[in-house]
Design a protein around this ligand. Structure first.
Ligand code: ZN
Length: 422
């Protein structure tokens, strides 16, 4: 790909990629041909970027219905690999890759590592899942592409993680934020912080509050914590990452178009408002995405980043549209609770929200841990501060219970924090 110098170059690449994709899927994927015919759309109707809004949406259920090779838009002999998402219910989503898809993924993943300052002198402990998952394969390929030393430990196994952190002195660790916290707490407990060399944490795949970030950096003695985005359907991890200024996530707009839409109306939200990420790929051959509803919530950040990157930005992932809680008629995104709790002093990053129905009324209870050095005598004060902030910012009344540090469950993968028992 030629060098992208400005927004015009990017728009040109996007239009070419969009037109190529639309023609490619219409001619080669029976699924997309059906969808387009139903919507009365032909490839030559797409003349400029605004025409994107004419295209039909693609949703997760389409991928399951089209099992085992959904969206396949190339002859099978061009497919060199498949990956699959976890799929908690029913059939897994299986995504196919051509040789070029794998190369494209590797190239933009290398771009993500470079944005996080990782190069040939780094050693990268990769503590994410390998195998059918996209995570391990993506982190590994990108790491090798930038010339760093990959240490493919995989997830879990705290004993081995700690041993390698001390013995091999990796400068970067890649994992989920839950794993980073768990590992950080273990390093702290064992008093190993001065014997490890982690400078950079690259974390993906789940929401992480400001206070959890501070705890991870502090426990590991690291300088930077980067959020990398990822979605199996969109190659895997790597389609965006924040820069060293940490003012939003730069995304690779030369590989996909991002729309932020209201999850109910599917119309664009006002600039800067929270909405669902809807993506259209521009180069993907085997399983291209046309207006794919990711269910991830975020908002666009307008204006250029002071770092000088040409790539546009969106905010961190603020939750999933499926996780939106409707509580006494108010829409609440879990990310909003994260943000409020992160500004409260004296508590840890861990909390649970429990929703119950009593006497025909909804009740919300928040259990939150006292800080690691916490003092019990501040409990009442903290409790009312949380109640006040939640009332002010999301207009609901909650019961708050302060529990001991470490009392709430930790996870090596994604932490469950919302328990809806209604
Ligand atoms: Zn930047």
């Amino acid at each position: 790909m030629s060098e992208i110098k400005n927004a015009n170059d990017l728009a040109k690449i996007q239009l070419e990629g969009l037109r190529w994709t639309v023609r490619h899927v219409y001619e080669n994927s029976p699924f997309y041909k059906r969808q387009f015919d139903k919507a009365g759309i032909r490839p030559d109707h797409i003349r400029d970027l605004e025409d994107l809004s004419k295209l039909p949406f693609t949703e997760a259920h389409h991928l399951r219905e089209d099992y085992p090779f959904p969206l396949l838009s190339v002859p099978e002999e061009k497919v060199v690999r498949i990956h699959s998402s976890s799929g908690t219910t029913g059939k897994r989503k299986i995504l196919s890759y051509t040789k070029r898809d794998v190369e494209d993924w590797t190239n933009f993943f290398a771009r993500a590592y470079k944005m996080a300052g990782i190069g040939p002198k780094d050693r990268v402990q990769i503590a994410v899942g390998y195998g059918l998952w996209t995570a391990g394969a993506g982190f590994q390929a990108g790491c090798e592409k930038v010339g760093a030393m990959a240490i493919p430990v995989g997830p879990g196994n705290l004993e081995l993680q700690c041993q390698f952190l001390v013995d091999l002195k990796p400068t970067c660790i890649c994992c989920t934020s839950s794993m980073a916290l768990l590992l950080g707490e273990e390093i702290r407990r064992r008093g190993l912080r001065d014997r490890i060399a982690i400078k950079t944490v690259i974390q993906g795949s789940e929401r992480c509050s400001e206070s959890m970030r501070r705890a991870i950096l502090d426990h590991l003695g690291a300088e930077h914590l980067y959020d990398i985005t990822g979605l199996t359907e969109l190659y895997g991890p790597g389609p965006g990452i924040d820069c060293h200024l940490h003012q939003g996530i730069h995304y690779w707009a030369d590989y996909y178009i991002l729309e932020i839409l209201d999850p109910q109306t599917l119309e664009p939200v006002e600039d800067g408002q929270i909405g669902e990420m809807v993506v259209t790929t521009l180069r993907k051959e085997a399983s291209p995405l046309v207006r794919y509803r990711t269910r991830d919530l975020t908002r666009k950040i307008s204006g250029p980043c002071p770092c000088g990157s040409i790539f546009p930005r969106h905010d961190r992932i603020l939750g999933r549209s499926d996780d939106m809680i409707i509580f006494r008629g108010v829409n609440i995104y879990p990310g909003q609770i994260d943000e409020i709790l992160s500004d409260i002093e004296g508590i840890s990053s861990e909390y649970n929200v429990i929703l119950e129905r009593r006497n025909a009324k909804d009740h919300m209870k928040i259990k939150v841990e006292r800080d690691v050095t916490g003092d019990l005598s501040y409990d009442d004060e903290i409790q009312s501060a949380i109640q006040r902030q939640i009332k002010n910012q999301i207009m609901v009344s909650v019961d708050v219970h302060i529990v001991d540090y470490g009392a709430l469950p930790r996870s090596e993968r994604k932490s469950k924090r919302i328990f809806d028992n209604r």
